[in-house]
Design a protein around this ligand. Structure first.
Ligand code: AHM
Ligand code: MG
Length: 329
């Protein structure tokens, strides 16, 4: 019998948080609704121009929007209506969006509405990433949002690929659901996902390698000489999803252009780190565990090394011995 994501969340909530009043499941169902709206729009990418008139409107007379703007509005709209939400923080908004509620919402949702959006035009997978935090009582705005990743209550992503897959954790394992288009519901397709302890590929934008710190170059050389292959899509969610299923490592190192890497701590690195750890993998920044970083600003960046225990462990060894060589030199 099919298990839908809604049934699964309610079941988990009943088993693990009998006192929860359904706030949390209503929040996750807001997220699944938003991602269904986004995927429907993505599946029509390319058709809209064909079906729309030459101007800025489509056949329904709706104004055409860029997909990332649409995705952001879909999440804001679907979550803004849920009572339990206090703040929404998006890659697309400079400041947190405050949902005004006299009684004060309990949760903060931080998200990247359309990750890898430059891949849309060439029909390559993109995704949505989200992280859910509790709002510390009496806190507002940035002060409420700036929490380390280990405080996340839940995290997840949707990959809009050859099928649409929703993956989430609420701290009790990782579960994946595939959108069944005939019934319009996400159905359980990956129960209790585990990342392989070791894989055979690495994923990095190697064109930047001349400007990677030396220990990263040494590490990549080590993987190559051990027979590793390379896979890089350029959409974090898709690269991570493959790494979760097949094992291996994804890296976005510091570069000359981006000394802290390119990826954002709160809505890219932290949620994927939570999922990776829940699935038995690791996520580090080169200085320590991703989820231990105390954020200083909502759009801050971090280098990211994420994947199987074996590959992340080897990176850590090579990187820290490089550092101790420098300190003793
Ligand atoms: P975006 O949020 O503007 O789409 O940028 C993030 C994306 C990630 O999906 C991906 O891992 C990375 O940028 C790729 O960057 P690069 O083109 O430098 O390799
Ligand atoms: Mg992004």
């Amino acid at each position: 019998m099919l298990v839908t994501v809604q049934q699964h969340i309610l079941q988990q909530q009943e088993d693990q948080f009998p006192a929860a009043r359904g706030n949390f499941s209503s929040l996750l169902s807001g997220m699944t609704l938003a991602t269904k709206m986004i995927q429907a729009k993505i599946r029509r990418a390319g058709l809209v121009d064909i079906l729309g008139s030459a101007g800025a409107t489509n056949v329904q007379g709706e104004t055409q929007q860029k997909l990332d703007v649409y995705a952001n509005q879909a999440v804001l709209h679907c979550l803004g209506a849920r009572e339990s939400v206090a703040f929404l923080v998006s890659e697309e908004n400079e400041q947190p969006v405050t949902i005004d509620r006299s009684e004060g919402g309990k949760y903060i949702v931080v998200f990247d509405p359309l990750d890898g959006s430059s891949n849309i035009d060439v029909n390559v997978s993109v995704g949505t990433i989200f992280s859910i935090l509790r709002r510390p009582e009496g806190t507002h705005g940035e002060a409420a949002v700036l929490q380390p990743g280990w405080k996340q209550v839940a995290a997840g992503y949707v990959v809009y690929g050859s099928s649409t897959i929703f993956v989430y954790t609420a701290g009790q394992g990782v579960y994946g659901f595939t959108l069944e288009p005939e019934i319009g519901a996400f159905v359980l397709s990956f129960a209790n996902m585990r990342m392989p302890v070791q894989g055979n590929t690495y994923s990095v934008n190697e064109a930047n390698s001349d400007s990677f710190p030396e220990s990263y170059r040494t590490y990549l050389g080590h993987l190559r000489s051990n027979g590793y292959g390379s896979r890089y899509i350029g959409s974090l969610v898709a690269d991570f999803h493959r790494t979760l299923l097949k094992g291996g490592v994804f890296l976005y190192p510091p570069t000359k252009k981006n000394p802290n890497g390119k990826l954002r701590l709160l809505y890219e690195a932290n949620p994927l780190a939570f999922i990776a750890e829940q699935a038995g993998g690791h996520a580090i920044s080169g200085e320590g565990r991703i989820m231990d970083i105390a954020p200083k600003s909502i759009h801050e960046r971090t280098p990211l090394i994420i994947g199987s225990r074996a590959e992340v462990g080897t990176f850590h060894q090579i990187h820290s011995s490089g550092r101790s060589d420098r300190t003793t030199a």
